[in-house]
Design a protein. Structure first.
Lengths: 263, 321, 692
């Protein structure tokens, strides 16, 4: 099975302090540590496990600048067979639709049975996979936490819904799935693995290679625009208790008692 | 202007978000004509239930729609909606399945998981979203005249007020064909039932990432035991396998309606808060004074739960004698 | 002695001279033994290289001390004494055995010079030795068979109990002793019955003495029978025993001398990924670590052969004690059995696939804290830490790393510390000192680098952990009080990589080592001091070409010896203090006395010792990456250690390692001793009491 996984290089939220920059135009990006979007990493691991079982190859693709090569290489060190970088100045300032347009053009240049994305990334919009599927007119499922290959043309998948329940579907190939965290346990990629792939060629494609009309992407093609970044003015919020630990604990017990929290 | 709202319904009842979308629509355009779209099988009750909140209710009743299917709805709605329609949905697992694709198929703008709507400036709608795990907010805009699909975070427009609009139900069931899809729903596997059903708990002591290590989980259990109440947790604790899934509070876990909720070392990500209904009295303890949880909590403590919890347990035990 | 009864070499049965038997048995016995040894050498030849021929003088000394001198045996007194007796007996009786074998071919044979008084004295010694051995094996057999000490138990998952094999061998040894007593005794009795001179001194109360006097009651034909019969029995048991040795745990009888000679000389260090491959050449290696059996070095395989299955290692292993799926003894026994299965004596070697997932489990190998208690205890000097590290290297190479460790490893790669905190904040722990006390700390690296004579290497936990920063700050104040010109590396310091290396991520370790080495050498410092024993061990054993490194306790010891510091008496003299030896200060670096001297220099301090102290110290739970790992266990090491302190009557536990502090403080809470026992770091205590 030929599997394509779309990945993104994002600031690692657990190893950084995310703040808005002084102009309010973006987050402060100095001194940030970047890594592969956590959901995408689960997707790559899933792809590798599928190919281990049924054969085929895993291609990892990212839209970004040269620095995105780093995460493509990491996933190749993990076990992905091929990496492709989609890079062009005109891609910048694209909205979700624009990015999906770029991905679609790249997908059209290849021949993929299964396309995986992470369920969401740092923007939290959870849109790329679904949009790509609609553009390709392929069946789609989001929040996938189980994938089983039934035969050459069918997958059995599980979707994570509320209450910890799981929807089971059958979906026909070729299709697009967005993958939820916890679907598997991604293998470790050590420095050694990364050094082994340090000099592997990663082909790069730009707008003209993909045959994309610049007016459909970038700022020009964006239907949704981001105006600014801010930290919301804290509303009333909680009444903060003051004092040293002993005093706070005393107050908490009082409050709990009076509200009936102690049975 | 006309704004559509897609209504989630299950087992013959409308979801809470049904009313929230009506309010969201009014926030976007106070003079909007809001049309609800209710799809399913045997949904007359649902339509009645929400009729007060909407100017018009479009009913699509068909046996094939008994189980809400994102692939079907995502292909059905473009045929149903007028061109350049503006439609609101609740940002949950059904919308995540179909809404972005719907935007592509209707050639509309897509803005996901808005936490506030600021209104319109001409034909431009201005919305607020969060990024980077809720650490920062951003203003997003789009030209509504070209059509838009907007998903709204459940709970942000919750309100006691129920608009009394009183719209009529229009049966559109016959107007569209159920599209064929390449995805077939088979069944729903229920989550394993744990030893405690936290969805019925009156008081919950809940722990999040701030507990740092599995070894420290015991102190939370001790506190809950001392207080004589149940304990629960947020998703990262379950992912790390430090507690059973049945104790997870959140959109992908259990929905709880306690009277009192203690959030210990929980940042307040919306996926967690989304599992808490009914506005309980909330006490939050967290090291980070900027944690979003302090926005929703009633009482807050900026402190180290690893220090406070054992002392609290001791005090409670003392008090009980 | 003129023969009274016919010696075996001259005896015939039905006209067939038995001498033929006594020629054939040794030939077959030795030939078979040679064949078996050759087969056992096969895996050693295929194994990875190992440099063990350095410092020959020291090796010889160790061989005498540990192998001949049985230096570690008395650590378990009863078993130790029994073993020393049996071993000493074997050594003495070896000459007798040679004599006996040759006597079957040439009657009356004695070794050169043994036909004089030397022989007479030797015979007395041999009789005493044989008696002692016989008593020892009987006691040992009763101990194994009836009392069944705990450490010999074999948990179900590891297979059948080993008691039968143990008692069988004890029986064989006993048999050899008894057979010789009857062989010798029958001849002596025959002489005595005829009133002839034996020219033999029968030492009273030896076995031979008893048997001889018993045999004087028998007829000459009975004595003749006994003489030949027991000789043959001895011959058969001897050569059977010889060939039985390489088949199981008694292989140690043959390999122990070698195993001790080739022992590891630099404690606390970790073997390179492959001997003969320099750090720069590491990138070219196809595979890292031990995945298949032959990835072990020949010395490691010799270790498997040399295990006497005594269980002392597992008995001391803290991971085993708290119920983790790790017992060092069984790693060795399983690998040994795997080797025997893979290289059977009678057939071609069999392919058995990788070790992890077949005989070894992932969690088993991740459970080890590298405390070194097992290596400290093993009488055969079998090594474990290098094997665990090699197995981990293999797992890391294959991506088999527990999720709980992946996050800190990734953070170490990106930020140089396992917490994922920002590099530029690494030196911030000194800021409160500036704010509150006006101490400014020199930063010895980076653009505006200062210079100083001494580097205080903080390492990650002291730099970033709220609680442990206090230890750093105390250390700072002490150095200042002693007038030392020092600084820290600050933002350019990276994690020492001590656990990174021991958890198998060698290339990440090399990366951290390179960066730290560069920063340290560029700073131009003459000495390094640290309060972190893991950092101490890393800088001393894993890094090269650095200025001398010492631990804060060693520094304080010198200051006290030189009379440069004085202490105020303790305010509260009702506390009972106990010192917990950190693994990486004590066992791995032999620093036991310096911290104790420092404590004893504080007026009014009352100190006790825990039962398990010094080289028998019980690991607190481990440091570095071990703090992130989520083991399967029944209780926690820190909790157990606090309970040991409570049993010793202590109210204050003094630690000298940041990780011990974390684990002990946690253990105080989980053992319910909050308010009854508290923990303090040596540096904090000194900072409190030192006269500034």
């Amino acid at each position: 099975m030929e599997i394509l996984v779309c990945v993104k290089r994002v600031p690692d939220t657990s190893e950084n302090e995310i703040e808005v920059n002084s102009e309010g135009s973006d987050i402060e990006r100095d001194d940030l540590v970047y890594s592969i979007n956590e959901w995408d990493n689960y997707a790559v691991e899933e792809a590798i496990q599928i190919v281990d079982k049924v054969g085929g190859s895993v291609t990892v693709m990212a839209i970004g600048d040269d620095e995105s090569e780093e995460i493509i290489r990491r996933e190749m060190a993990m076990g992905a067979n091929n990496g492709i970088l989609l890079s062009d100045d005109v891609f910048e300032k694209s909205d979700g639709r624009g990015l999906a347009t770029v991905l679609k053009a790249a997908v059209d240049k290849g021949n993929y049975d299964l396309i995986l994305t992470g369920a969401q990334s740092d923007t939290g919009a959870a849109q790329t996979g679904a949009m790509l599927a609609a553009m390709l007119d392929r069946p789609f499922a989001s929040l996938v936490n189980l994938v089983e290959v039934k035969d050459d043309s069918t997958l059995k998948i599980g979707r994570e819904i509320d209450g910890g329940n799981q929807e089971i579907h059958e979906i026909k190939l070729p299709c697009v799935l967005s993958i939820q965290t916890g679907i598997n346990e991604p293998r470790y990629v050590g420095i050694r693995g990364i050094r082994k792939v340090a000099s592997v060629e990663i082909p790069t494609m730009g707008a003209s290679d993909l045959g994309i009309d610049p007016s459909s992407i970038g700022d020009a093609g964006a239907k949704t625009k981001s105006v600014d970044y801010f930290v919301p003015v804290l509303g009333e919020g909680a009444e903060m208790l003051e004092g040293d630990t002993d005093e706070i604990v005393e107050k908490l017990v009082e409050i709990l008692k009076s509200k009936g929290g102690i049975k | 202007m006309q704004i559509f709202a897609y209504i989630i319904n299950k087992d013959g009842k409308a979801d809470d978000t049904a009313f929230e979308l009506a309010l969201a629509a009014k926030k976007l355009a106070s003079d909007a004509q809001v049309t609800a779209i209710v799809a399913g099988s045997g949904i007359d009750n649902v339509c009645q239930e929400i009729s007060a909140a909407y100017n018009e209710i479009w009913k699509i009743d068909n046996a094939a729609l008994a189980y809400p299917d994102g692939e079907i709805m995502g292909r059905l709605l473009p045929k149903l909606l007028p061109e350049n329609a503006v439609i609101l949905l609740a940002h949950e697992y059904l919308a995540m399945d179909m809404a972005p694709g719907l935007a592509i198929r209707t050639n509309s703008a897509y803005i996901a998981d808005v936490t506030d709507i600021e209104g319109m400036d001409g034909t431009t709608g201005k919305f607020v979203r969060q990024e980077f795990s809720g650490m920062v907010s951003t203003h997003n805009t789009c030209d509504l005249s070209g059509g838009a699909v907007i998903t709204v975070r459940p709970g942000v427009f919750a309100s006691e007020e129920k608009p009394a609009v009183g719209g009529s139900v229009v049966d559109k069931s016959g107007e569209i064909e159920i599209p064929a899809t390449n995805r077939k729903y088979l069944e729903t596997v229920e989550a394993e039932v744990g030893d405690v059903d936290i969805s019925t708990s009156e008081v919950l002591v809940s722990v999040g990432r701030g507990i740092e290590e599995e070894d420290n989980i015991d102190m939370v259990k001790d506190l809950a035991e001392a207080m004589g109440v149940d304990y629960s947790c947020s998703r990262p604790i379950v992912d790390a396998k430090w507690m059973e899934k049945s104790r997870q509070v959140g959109t992908s876990g259990k929905t709880v309606k306690p009277k009192i909720y203690m959030a210990l070392g929980i940042s307040g990500a919306f996926q967690h808060l989304g599992g808490i209904k009914g506005s309980p009295f909330m006490i939050a303890i967290n090291k980070n004074p900027k944690a979003p949880i302090f926005q929703v909590a009633d009482i807050g403590v900026e402190g180290d739960i690893l220090e406070i919890i054992p002392e609290l347990t001791e005090k409670v035990q003392e008090m009980k004698g | 002695m003129e023969p009274v009864i016919i010696p075996p070499a001259s005896y015939t049965i039905l006209g067939i001279p038995l001498i033929l038997l006594y020629i054939v048995i040794p030939i077959i016995g030795v030939a078979l033994f040679t064949f078996i040894i050759a087969q056992r050498m096969q895996p050693l030849v295929k194994a990875a290289p190992d440099n063990r021929l350095d410092q020959l003088g020291l090796r010889l000394f160790n061989m005498i001390k540990y192998a001949v001198g049985q230096y570690k045996q008395p650590r378990y007194m009863l078993a130790g004494v029994l073993h020393i007796v049996i071993f000493a007996g074997f050594c003495i009786l070896s000459l007798r055995s040679i004599t006996l074998v040759i006597a079957g071919i040439k009657s009356g044979y004695t070794l050169p010079l043994f036909d004089t008084w030397i022989g007479t004295i030797y015979n007395i010694l041999k009789d005493i030795a044989a008696t002692a051995v016989l008593i020892a094996v009987v006691v040992a057999a009763i101990r194994r068979g009836v009392y069944k000490p705990e450490r010999y138990k074999v948990p179900e998952k590891y297979g059948k109990d080993h008691t039968a094999e143990a008692i069988f061998v004890l029986g064989m040894i006993g048999g050899l002793m008894v057979a010789d007593m009857f062989f010798e005794g029958s001849d002596l009795a025959a002489h005595m019955n005829k009133g002839l001179e034996t020219h033999y001194i029968l030492f009273p109360l030896t076995g031979t003495w008893f048997v001889t006097y018993f045999l004087t009651l028998c007829s000459e034909s009975t004595l003749q029978f006994c003489h030949v019969f027991f000789y043959t029995v001895h011959e058969v048991i001897f050569f059977s025993f010889l060939n039985f040795l390489p088949l199981g745990k008694h292989f140690h009888v043959i390999t122990s001398m070698f195993n001790v000679f080739f022992m590891k000389l630099n404690k606390g260090s970790v073997k390179p990924v492959k001997w003969g491959v320099s750090d720069e050449q590491l990138d070219d290696l196809e595979s890292f670590g031990v995945k298949n059996f032959e990835d072990f070095t020949w010395k490691h395989i010799l270790d498997f052969y040399s295990c006497a299955d005594c269980g002392r290692c597992a008995d001391q292993c803290p991971a085993n004690h708290v119920g983790r799926p790790l017992a060092p003894r069984f790693i060795t026994i399983k690998c040994r059995d795997f080797c025997f299965d893979k290289y059977p004596l009678k057939e071609e070697s069999v392919d058995k696939g990788p070790l992890i997932g077949s005989i070894l489990e992932e969690d088993e190998i991740w459970s080890c804290t590298t405390c070194g208690a097992c290596e400290e205890e093993c009488p055969l000097l079998i090594e474990y830490i290098d094997k665990i590290v090699d197995l981990r290297r293999g797992m890391v190479d294959e991506g088999m790393v527990p999720q709980s460790l992946q996050k800190p490893l990734n953070a170490l790669g990106k930020r140089g510390n396992p917490y994922g905190k920002m590099e530029k904040k690494r030196g911030d722990w000194t800021t409160p000192l500036l704010k509150n006390e006006g101490y400014e700390c020199k930063i010895l690296s980076g653009k505006k680098a200062d210079t100083a004579e001494v580097l205080f290497f903080a390492d990650s936990i002291t730099s970033y952990d709220d609680r442990i920063q206090e230890i750093g700050q105390s250390s700072f104040r002490i150095l200042k009080a002693c007038g030392i010109d020092f600084g820290i590396l600050g933002p350019e310091e990276k994690d020492s990589g001590h656990e990174v290396r021991r958890f198998g991520e060698e290339m990440l370790f090399q990366d951290l080592k390179q960066k730290n080495t560069k920063a340290i050498l560029n700073s131009g410092v003459k000495r390094i001091i640290t309060a972190d024993p893991h950092a101490l061990n890393a800088l001393k054993k894993d890094y090269d070409n650095l200025p001398p490194v010492e631990h804060v306790s060693e520094f304080l010891y010198r200051m006290i010896q030189e009379g440069k510091i004085q202490f105020n008496p303790l305010e509260n003299q009702g506390d009972i203090y106990v010192y917990h030896d950190p693994c990486y200060l004590g066992r791995h670096n032999l620093i036991y006395d310096a911290p104790r001297t420092v404590l004893d220099a504080i007026p009014g301090l009352k100190r006790v010792e825990m039962e398990r102290s010094r080289d028998r110290s019980f690991c607190c739970g481990g440091g570095g990456l071990m703090l992130f790992y989520e083991p399967i266990e029944e209780t926690r090491m820190g909790k157990e250690r606090v309970q040991m302190a409570a049993e010793a009557g202590a109210t204050v536990i003094v630690t000298a390692c940041p990780f011990c502090m974390v684990n002990i403080e946690d253990g105080i809470k989980t053992s319910g001793n909050e308010g009854k026992i508290r923990a303090i770091d040596l540096a904090e205590l000194v900072d409190q009491q030192i006269i500034k």
